[in-house]
Ligand binder design. Structure first.
Ligand code: ARG
Length: 459
């Protein structure tokens, strides 16, 4: 493709340099945003008398035709073009002649690419939020349907205290809700228009930046033209929000992998979201969760790569910044794929409540409650803690659990024990008694479900 910037150089760039320089295979996905931005820019130029109405009409028809043809596939992207901006402008000029050459008045590719990327990311973030919503809905359904399931809660991956399965799931919902609001925050800060910043210093033309900003749905304009064309902090913010989404998904994946192992068997994944082994006939592997866990590294890499690319860059635009798009598009695609498989995997997984309960019965996870029982009856907590610890050691040696200890045996350890000790260490009662705000007790779980319902309704 002939270069729109040909003029100064005496000789053509080499093919190797052209290929290296070209970003069209990456930025072609912004063609809609590029055309939308150009339509707004042309309308503004005409409104300000910089462009004639006839030129505006030709440009508008031309750009709309290009958009329709790209959408339908009638027009193919030229892979030899330098980038999507050059491609659209050259195609426009091919179609409408000189009017096409007037479109780039009072604009540079520097403000153009910054505008296109912000427009693209605004839509992409909205779509990712919709995907997180689908996962939150799946969690909501599972939590709501399984409020009676009791499982061991863990610390150090050691059985710690009994919790309600719904409470455990709702912890993931709390994290994912923050992920949604983090994306919303990042988009709100990004949503200012760089269009009209031009190459770096603004322009001598009497443009109306507020007009293009409003037409493109921005909340205002970037107030410093050098900032507008040269910062990519919005990419870093979105990438870090996406890295956190993946961090959460990777931890959730790890639990699903553990839970579906024979060692735990707390959940059965639906056949549609597992794979078999080519050699071991008995296998049902949680590949989806493993891949999500694995792909987390990619998104962290996209974040680190972008931060490192930006580090130390002088103002204003530098070509290094062309690398921003490959990283952020990769992160968006990866997170989107992961959420796409994760939501239905969670929605269709079957909790195996009896196994959870059986695991909760082992591991002395009601030992804290036994110590609390003695404390309530007047024993200092540290003494109660020690007595319980010694009893647990004795039970382990005798191969029994706290529920198996006879009342006589309890009373031989302390006069404070009574028949009500069995109620105190009953697992369901242990869960129900944790009535503190945000605890695993039923009222708290109900409140969390309601909060999630409200959050989802507002999304
Ligand atoms: N393809 C370029 C990018 O993505 C567009 C901006 C190029 N500007 C320039 N002055 N070379 O960053």
């Amino acid at each position: 493709m002939e270069k729109l910037w040909a003029g100064r150089a005496q000789a053509a760039t080499s093919k190797i340099a052209d290929d290296f320089n070209s970003s069209i295979h990456i930025d072609c996905r912004m063609y809609r945003q590029d055309i939308t931005g150009s339509l707004a820019h042309a309308a503004m130029l005409a409104a300000k008398g910089i462009l004639s109405q006839a030129d505006l009409a030709a440009i508008t028809t031309g750009l709309e035709g290009i958009l329709a043809d790209l959408d339908s596939g009638a027009l193919a992207i030229d892979p030899t073009a330098e980038d999507i901006h050059m491609f659209v402008e050259a195609e426009l000029t091919k179609r409408i002649g000189d009017a096409g050459k007037r479109l780039h008045t009072a604009r540079s590719r520097n403000d153009q690419v910054a505008t296109d990327l912000r427009l693209y990311l605004r839509d992409a973030c909205a779509s990712l939020q919709g995907q997180i919503k689908a996962l939150l809905e799946a969690i909501y359904e599972q939590a709501k349907a399984n409020q009676d399931a009791i499982m061991p809660g863990y610390t150090h991956l050691q059985r710690a205290q009994p919790v309600c399965f719904a409470h455990h799931l709702l912890a993931w919902a709390a994290m994912l809700q923050r992920d949604v609001t983090r994306l919303q925050d990042a988009v709100a800060r990004m949503n200012y228009s760089p269009l009209g910043c031009c190459a770096l210093a603004g322009t001598t033309y009497d443009t109306d930046r507020a007009m293009t900003a409003a037409a493109l749905g921005f909340d205002g304009v970037c107030q410093n033209s050098m900032d507008g064309v040269s910062d990519r902090d919005f990419c870093v913010e979105i990438l870090s929000a996406l890295a956190l989404v993946m961090m959460h998904l990777s931890r959730f994946s790890e639990e699903i992998i553990l839970w579906s192992s024979w060692e735990f068997k707390f959940v059965e994944l639906d056949d549609g979201f597992t794979t078999g082994s080519s050699i071991m006939p008995q296998k049902k592997n949680p590949d989806m969760a493993e891949l999500v866990r694995g792909k987390t590294g990619r998104v962290y890499g996209d974040l680190m790569g972008t931060l490192t690319m930006l580090k130390g860059l002088p103002l204003a635009y530098n070509k290094d910044m062309q690398e921003d798009k490959e990283a952020i598009f990769d992160a968006i695609d990866t997170v989107s794929q992961c959420l796409g498989v994760f939501a239905p995997m969670v929605r269709t997984m079957k909790p195996l409540k009896a196994n959870m309960y059986a695991a909760a019965q082992k591991g002395f996870i009601n030992a804290t409650d036994l110590a609390d029982y003695l404390t309530c009856k007047g024993m200092p907590f540290r003494s109660a803690y020690k007595l319980t610890g010694q009893l647990v050691a004795k039970c382990i040696a005798e191969g029994k659990v706290l529920e198996d200890v006879s009342l006589e045996e309890y009373r031989s350890l302390s006069e404070l024990f009574d028949q009500d000790v069995y109620e105190a260490i009953d697992l369901a009662a242990c869960v129900a008694r944790r009535t503190s705000e945000g605890g695993t007790g039923p009222a708290s779980v109900t409140a969390q479900l309601q909060q999630l319902e409200t959050f989802l309704a507002k999304m």
